[in-house]
Design a binder for this molecule. Structure first.
Ligand code: UD1
Length: 416
């Protein structure tokens, strides 16, 4: 198993190219099930999770061709079963259920189960598909679903905001009979990206970027080419990394409008962020100050940025408080950061971070993809050496981390 070794203390200076967004790429790949024609996605990041999704689509009968940073999907569905072995690896693979049901009128998809950051049920996905006429039962850990006459449009009001359920029902509704109205939908930039791709494939969707989407179902979708948007979480993550080291980094391709509240919070903490047409310049010349945050759906502060921001706050002046409202168990990085000298006290969904003058290197363990990077951020300014184990978590969501950080002067290496 690989680990990452970092010797802290070097300010990051240079350019980091932000890759395509993982959380957009995964649902976009499942759009390959919505048409027999060829769907080409460009600006595809090179990530372990995408290889897993490709394996799942392949066993459904879809051909997956990789050319550099493009993936072309095509072909007919030959198998409607999504096995536990794959779905349990990446939750987003559960999103194949709706497209399989819409196209093949039946599907057998493993329930994803919980994971390290929380129980993560899929009840909203299933209730939505049922409202669209699907018959659903649970058998041996698998969702067995059928819609012999196809899915039908429905009026669905989400009781709370879910990114995955919004994406799932959007795809299913695109091929349903009649009109579907989805209210209280997630407004994350990845949703807008998915809507754009579906429209390019011939879907009829109104309300893009708002909290209500109206989808007029069509009989078939066709092929298209779609460019995946830049990864806002990767951009925010490297912004925290640059800020903690007191460096200056150009985040090429990063888009301010996709970062929502994250940029305002960074600025409040003393980080300078300059918006250019081609990306963002992140620089810190003043001391960091503690800022309180609450994680919320977009455009609020993203839960996927919480661990990295916490790492930044460990060395800020004063205290900061973090309230995690999206996932119930997303503070697993706290004991690891504390092993490096941070003073964080987490109780329930809240954590208080009392800033310390310095961190010190230690052996630490990654528990999920964002927690893994929070340890890297801390290690970049810690005195001495930090070894981060279980970096397979990191590889799920960040492309070429060592190259991107070393290119800006970090002392980082992967150890086998
Ligand atoms: C997506 C992102 C993930 C991000 C999260 C919140 C992808 C591949 N993953 O995950 O990185 O952290 O959005 O921004 O895009 N919930 C239910 N029932 C449901 C669905 C969700 O109770 O049917 C709960 C979840 O447990 C969670 C909350 O709703 O507490 C939000 O989850 P959701 O927005 O659905 O997250 P994901 O789509 O799983």
């Amino acid at each position: 198993m690989d680990s990452i070794r970092i010797t802290g203390g070097t300010p990051l200076n240079g350019t980091i190219a932000i890759s395509g967004a993982k959380n957009a790429a995964l649902p976009l790949m499942t759009c390959g099930l919505l048409t027999d024609e060829r769907l080409t996605l460009t600006n595809v990041p090179k990530l372990a999770d995408l290889a897993t999704m490709a394996a799942l689509l392949t066993q459904h009968g879809i051909s997956v061709e990789l050319h550099g940073r493009s993936i072309t999907l095509g072909g007919a569905i030959t198998n409607t079963v999504a096995p536990y072995e794959i779905v349990s690896k990446i939750r987003a693979s559960f999103l194949v259920l709706g497209p399989l049901l819409a196209r093949a009128r039946e599907a057998r998809v493993s329930l994803p189960g919980g994971d390290a950051i929380g129980a993560r049920p899929v009840d909203l996905h299933l209730k939505g598909l049922e409202a669209m006429g699907a018959q659903i039962k649970l058998e041996g850990g698998y969702i067995e679903a059928s819609a012999p006459d196809g899915l039908t449009g429905a009026n669905i009001i989400f009781p709370f905001i879910s990114v995955g359920a919004t994406e799932h029902l959007l795809m299913a509704a695109s091929l349903a009979n009649g009109t579907t109205t989805l209210q209280n939908v997630a407004r994350e930039p990845e949703i807008t990206d998915l809507v754009k791709c579906l429209i390019a494939m011939g879907a009829k969707i109104e309300g893009i970027g708002s909290d209500t989407l109206i989808i007029e179902g069509v009989h078939r979708l066709h092929g298209a080419t779609h460019e995946i948007l830049p990864d806002r979480i990767e951009a925010g993550t490297y912004a925290c990394a640059a800020a903690i080291t007191g460096g200056r980094v150009f985040l090429e391709n990063a888009r301010a409008e996709d970062l929502g509240a994250v940029l305002a919070v960074l600025r409040e903490a003393g980080v300078e962020v300059t918006e250019l047409a081609t990306g963002l310049v992140v620089e810190r010349t003043k001391n960091l100050v503690g800022v309180d945050i609450v994680t919320e759906p977009f455009p609020g502060f993203a839960t996927d940025m919480q661990a990295q921001f916490m790492a930044l706050m460990t060395v800020a002046e004063g205290a900061s408080m973090i309230n995690e409202t999206i996932f119930e168990n997303r503070f697993m990085h706290v004991p690891e950061l504390n092993r490096m000298g941070a003073r964080i006290n987490a109780v329930g969904a809240s954590a208080i971070i009392r800033g310390v003058p310095k961190l010190s290197g230690a052996p630490v363990m990654a528990t999920d993809v964002r927690a893994a990077f929070s340890l890297i951020i801390a290690a970049l300014i810690a005195e001495g050496e930090t070894t981060i184990s279980r970096v397979y978590h990191l590889d799920r969501g960040y492309e070429a981390v060592e190259q991107k950080l070393a290119g800006c002067g970090a002392q980082i290496e992967r150890v086998n």
